[in-house]
Design a protein around this ligand. Structure first.
Ligand code: OOG
Ligand code: NI
Length: 462
């Protein structure tokens, strides 16, 4: 029997092989990421603090986009076979983010042991066909009819995925079949693209055309994790690959690494066949697959996240006030962080802004002194040691930036109309499984470790 986590690891590996064969710049990205990770591991004895090198080197996230709740349920079934559950709700339709007609979640393992074995995740977006800011009633109907007719995932794949979920693994031949069918479902299809239909949707939104203008889905990027994203950014430029203007997320600074920093290179032209309105088949090109890389830091609590969001808003405000030719975003952000964010992991933990697991310190007092009751005291007086919990999720603003950097046109959107309300409950209904709240996952892990640590301190006395 091949257990769930091995299916997940094998799927991530095969997908990476497929993507490397089809998108050569991705192979360059992997090479550079590997070099940078090895260098960081050699120079920094603490490099493993946010994940063992073996995990970080194998770590990937991908992204797919689907058109209907039915397709989303099916994707969820395939990911469930690999031990990945929907976590987090991201609404990217908002003008302040990107005005892209999708809502999203990310499928990923949730238990710490499973993440340590292989943390593969897939950011998954659902087209919001009923959103009147993008689609009028007539187009909504034609779009939904088109989507209802297509089959993204063959029935055999879904049957195998159900069995794999139920039995927590598969026999080797069935595992082989599941993996082959699953990788094929995420490849770019050679099927001709209907030119008129694709163009009509692309006028509204390039994302709508990418999702609803074709009869299949595809992984649109596959992101490796790197331990020093600034070094990687420079080195990609040296290799002649142009990255987007900046690294998204927190600035580089000498305080703790938190959340997620990402950058990407734009989609490149790929040859595709088209069916023209007169029925003839022609060749052309589309830009739908791109490359991204990320560095992960410590997960923030709700309070920490609110602090992060406030610093981001203030950075925007100052940049807008200084106008073009003003200081670089990174510099403005860094100055604000230095004044407004904890400079050490210790402070991040003591102020309850970041998530950590705790254990009794091996050098804690053993003279029958009573430990203090508060976390800050327990840390300051050397009773407990804190280990950071890595952020395993995404940032809506960075996700929006990724979408936006790959849109060919602005699209058209009628902001005077209102959008369909969407939240994690509605998304849970669409997925057919509960969408987990990421804060609850981190908090549960932290609280369990703290409980055990306090019990152990109590036992010292007994
Ligand atoms: C997904 C973009 C979001 C990320 O890393 O934030 C994402 C997409 O383009 O479909 O992958
Ligand atoms: Ni991504």
């Amino acid at each position: 029997m091949i257990p769930t986590w091995r299916l997940r690891a094998a799927f991530a590996r095969r997908l990476s092989g497929m993507y490397g064969a089809e998108v050569p710049a991705y192979t360059t990205l992997l090479e550079v990421a590997g070099e940078v990770n090895d260098e960081v591991a050699r120079r920094d004895p603490d490099a493993g603090r946010l994940g063992a090198l073996a995990r970080v080197t194998a770590e990937r996230h991908g992204a797919i986009r689907v058109g209907t709740p039915r397709e989303l349920c099916q994707a969820a079934q395939i990911f469930a076979a690999l031990g990945m559950r929907p976590v987090g709700f991201y609404d990217l339709r908002d003008a302040t983010t990107s005005a892209v007609p999708v809502v999203s979640t990310a499928f990923r393992p949730v238990e710490p042991e499973e993440l340590a074995r292989n943390p593969f995740r897939v950011f998954t977006s659902l087209l919001t066909t009923a959103d009147r800011r993008f689609f009028d009633a007539g187009l909504q109907t034609r779009l939904e009819t088109f989507l209802e007719r297509r089959t993204l995932f063959p029935p055999e794949l879904l049957r195998l995925a159900e069995r794999a979920e139920r039995e927590r693994g598969l026999e080797p031949d069935e595992a082989e079949r599941l993996l082959t069918l699953a990788v094929a479902a995420f490849e770019l299809s050679p099927e001709p693209v209907d030119r008129a239909w694709y163009t009509e949707l692309a006028r509204i939104s390039a994302v709508a055309a990418d999702i609803g203008g074709v009869t299949s889905t595809h992984i649109n990027h596959l992101t490796p994790r790197v331990l020093d994203i600034d070094a990687l950014y420079r080195r990609m430029a040296d290799r002649g690959i142009t990255m987007i203007d900046e690294i998204q997320g927190p600035p580089r600074w000498d305080g703790p690494d938190v959340l997620l920093r990402q950058t990407s290179f734009r989609a490149l032209d790929e040859a595709r066949t088209f069916r023209e309105p007169d029925g003839s088949v022609t060749t052309g090109a589309l830009r739908v697959r791109f490359g991204e890389v990320e560095a992960r830091g410590i997960a923030l609590s709700r309070a920490g996240r609110a602090r992060y969001d406030a610093l981001t808003t203030e950075t925007d405000r100052r940049l807008a006030a200084s106008g073009p030719g003003g200081p670089a975003r990174q510099d403005v952000a860094r100055a604000l962080w230095e004044a407004g964010f904890p400079r050490s992991e210790h402070r991040l933990a003591a102020e309850g802004l970041g998530y950590f697991t705790y254990e009794p310190s091996p050098t804690r007092p053993r003279d029958r002194r009573r430990p203090p009751a508060d976390l800050a005291g327990l840390l300051a007086q050397g009773w407990l040691t804190a280990h950071p919990i890595v952020y395993e999720d995404f940032l809506p603003r960075s996700a929006a930036g990724i979408f936006r950097s790959n849109l060919t046109g602005q699209g058209t959107r009628d902001a005077t109309r209102t959008g369909t309300p969407y939240d994690e409950h509605r998304l849970s209904e669409a997925v057919g499984r509960p969408v987990h709240d990421p804060f609850e996952i981190y908090a549960a892990q932290q609280d369990a470790s703290l409980r055990h640590a306090l019990e152990a301190l109590g036992a010292d006395d007994a």
